[in-house]
Design a protein around this ligand. Structure first.
Ligand code: GLN
Length: 332
């Protein structure tokens, strides 16, 4: 007999989000990133979870409106922007889709790959993706293109956390080496310093768990933002970006993550994680303390727990769901 999809209500999702929040909110473990000094000073007890269903209903618990540094989660929208500007084939050729299996800022990965492609979701590929961005209008056009794309994906105009940008720019020595190695290998398509600055600025943008859940839902919904009701990108790009997230979203811990959680997700050292259940929902969680690979400990635990409670897994036919979204807002 063919496996049939589960049916899940918004009330069941809300219960799972509340349970995860309550059971994890007082737990500790992990450590704030400190190689970017600003991040070490962020309150480690902040914790929020947000799920955005494909009818635009947002279900949340905790500090979901607290603004934090988007960091590497910003690699996702800029990879989408590169696809919007160049198409999925060119992004594969110019940047790549290779899950390095190494840390996000690995120079070793770059030395091994040389002129072969990487992924726009690791630092080298993300700096290359920034170099590709087409300017809108004037000299600040590249930056405007990056932030406009994020605003379309989240429904919210993002702003740089200036202190984070200063902190990150003053300590980005490793990334400077990456930008110039990319130049050596002919894999950067604009001035290396300018491209690195764009990358650093996009990592320093403020975001919230609520906004990331909407971005995740837009990807899960084939590029249609369910909150703004706008088609942001070509539906054909959705499986491409989700495949990149699946293969490298947690860097050298991606395989363990997928094995345990059953959901493609992408982390940032600011403590944010965004997860995609295609055709079902987008989810985001935020908590600053990280594991050794730079992935939020509590955000991972929360998303795993919610997936388990709902009995969902992207790799199991009987554990995909049809969300019954028509729930009154008061219940959600
Ligand atoms: N801006 C950070 C860096 O380049 C982002 C890393 C991350 O979030 N994993 O190191």
């Amino acid at each position: 007999m063919a496996a049939s999809h589960k049916s899940i209500t918004a009330a069941e999702i809300k219960a799972a989000v509340d349970h995860a929040y309550e059971s994890l909110k007082d737990t500790t473990g992990g450590k704030n990133a400190d190689y970017i000094p600003y991040l070490a000073s962020v309150d480690p007890t902040l914790f929020g979870i947000s799920v955005c269903l494909l009818d635009g209903t947002v279900i949340s618990a905790g500090d979901v409106d607290h603004t934090f540094g988007i960091e590497s989660v910003s690699k996702v929208p800029t990879a989408i922007l590169a696809m919007r500007e160049y198409g999925a084939v060119d992004v594969l050729e110019k940047v790549g889709a290779d899950a390095t299996g190494l840390p996000f800022n690995s120079i070793m990965a770059l030395l091994l790959e040389k002129d072969r492609p990487s992924s726009p979701l690791v630092n080298a590929g993300a700096i290359a993706a920034c170099s590709l961005v087409e300017p809108i209008g004037d000299a600040d056009g590249k930056w405007r293109a990056i932030t406009t794309n994020i605003a379309e994906l989240t429904g919210h105009e993002p702003a740089v956390i200036e202190e984070l940008y200063r902190s990150e720019s003053a300590t980005d020595f490793n990334n400077r080496s990456i930008a110039w190695l990319l130049k050596d290998y002919g894999r950067i398509y604009d001035d290396p310093n300018l491209s690195l600055d764009l990358y650093t600025r996009q990592c320093s943008l403020g975001t919230t768990a609520h906004q990331l859940a909407i971005m995740a839902a837009t990807i899960a919904n084939d590029g249609f933002n369910p909150v703004t009701n706008k088609q942001v990108f070509d539906p054909d790009f959705a499986p491409k970006i989700t495949s990149l997230i699946t293969t490298v979203g947690f860097y050298e811990r991606t395989d363990d993550w997928l094995y345990k959680s059953g959901i493609p997700a992408k982390s940032g050292v600011g403590g944010g994680v965004l997860g995609i259940m295609p055709g079902m929902f987008g989810i985001a969680a935020f908590s600053p303390p990280l594991d050794e690979a730079g992935n939020s400990v509590k955000a991972q635990a929360a998303i795993r727990q919610i997936m388990q409670e709902l009995g969902l897994n992207i790799f199991a036919a009987s554990r995909l769901c049809v969300c019954q979204c028509a729930t009154p807002a008061s219940e959600a």
